[in-house]
Write a protein that binds this ligand. Structure first.
Ligand code: FMN
Length: 217
C-alpha cells in the first residue's frame, strides 16, 4: 500500500471510537511502509456542503453557474484523491442505523456518472480499479448478529456504495456495543483492534506475494 486516503466522519472529535481505530490502522500501515503517502479527509470536523438545487448539476449534469462550477471543482478534487489512493480507510460510525450524513455527502460528490460509474450493456459498472478499502464501523448496539441484524443499514449500504464505483474488496472492522458502559466500550475497542491486526497482517501478506510474483516475472 503506497498511497492511502483516510476518511473520518464522526462528529465526536477526540472521543470518537472510529477515529481512534482508524488512527491505529494508519499507524500499522506506516509501520509496514514508512514511505506511505497519506491523504486525510475529515468530513465530520470539516464537512462538505450538501448538494442543493443550486449545486447538484456540478456533480450530476453540466455545471454552468458559479455555484455549480464550484461544486464540480470540489467533486473533481475528491475523486482525484480517490484515484490517487490504492487503499481507502474509512471511519464510519452508525448514525440512525446508517452512516453519518457528512459521509453520505462525500459519496454524493464522488459517485459521478461517467466518471466513477457508468451504465453499459450489462448494467452499472464501477470505474475505479485495483483499490481496496478498510471500513471501521462503530456502533452503540449489536448488529452483526441477533435481532438487530435486519436493521443494519450501515454495512450493506457502504458495501453497495463502494462496490458501485468499483471498490469491491472491502474489509469491515466492527466495534459493537459501544453504548453498553465503559466495560462494553473497552471490549468493543479491544475486539476491533484484534480485527484490524488480522486484516492488516493479511493485507501485508497479499502485498508480499504480489511483489514476489512481479519480481519473478
Ligand atoms: C446522531 C447519532 C446517532 C446514532 N445512532 C445509532 C444507531 O442507530 N444505532 C447504534 O447502535 N448506535 C447509534 N449511535 C451511537 C454510535 O454509533 C456510537 O456512539 C459510536 O461509537 C459512534 O462512533 P464514534 O465514536 O466514532 O463517533 C448514534 C450516535 C449518534 C451521535
Amino acid at each position: 500500500m503506497n498511497h492511502i486516503l483516510v476518511i473520518n466522519s464522526s462528529v465526536s472529535g477526540n472521543a470518537s471510537v472510529s477515529r481512534l481505530l482508524v488512527g491505529d490502522i494508519v499507524q500499522r500501515l506506516i509501520d509496514i511502509n514508512p514511505q506511505v503517502h497519506l491523504t486525510y479527509r475529515d468530513v465530520g470536523q470539516d464537512p462538505i456542503p450538501h448538494l442543493t438545487t443550486f449545486t447538484v448539476a456540478g456533480v450530476r449534469a453540466i455545471a454552468e453557474t458559479e455555484e455549480e462550477l464550484e461544486t464540480r471543482t470540489l467533486s473533481d478534487q475528491l475523486i482525484a484523491e480517490l484515484h490517487a489512493a490504492d487503499l481507502i480507510v474509512i471511519g464510519a460510525p452508525m448514525y440512525n442505523f446508517s452512516i453519518p450524513s457528512a459521509l453520505r455527502t462525500w459519496f454524493d460528490h464522488v459517485l459521478r456518472p461517467r466518471v466513477t460509474f457508468a451504465y453499459g450493456p450489462s448494467g452499472a459498472e464501477g470505474l475505479l480499479k485495483a483499490k481496496r478499502a478498510i471500513v471501521v464501523e462503530s456502533r452503540g448496539g449489536l448488529y452483526s448478529e441477533g435481532p438487530s441484524r435486519a436493521i443494519d443499514f450501515q454495512e450493506p449500504y457502504l458495501k453497495q456504495l463502494l462496490g458501485f464505483i468499483g471498490i469491491a474488496d472491502v474489509s469491515f472492522i466492527r466495534a459493537e456495543k459501544i453504548g453498553s458502559g465503559p466495560d462494553g466500550r473497552a471490549a468493543a475497542v479491544a475486539s476491533a483492534l484484534e480485527q484490524s491486526e488480522r486484516t492488516i497482517a493479511s493485507l501485508a501478506q497479499v502485498q508480499t506475494i504480489t511483489l514476489a510474483k512481479r519480481e519473478g516475472e
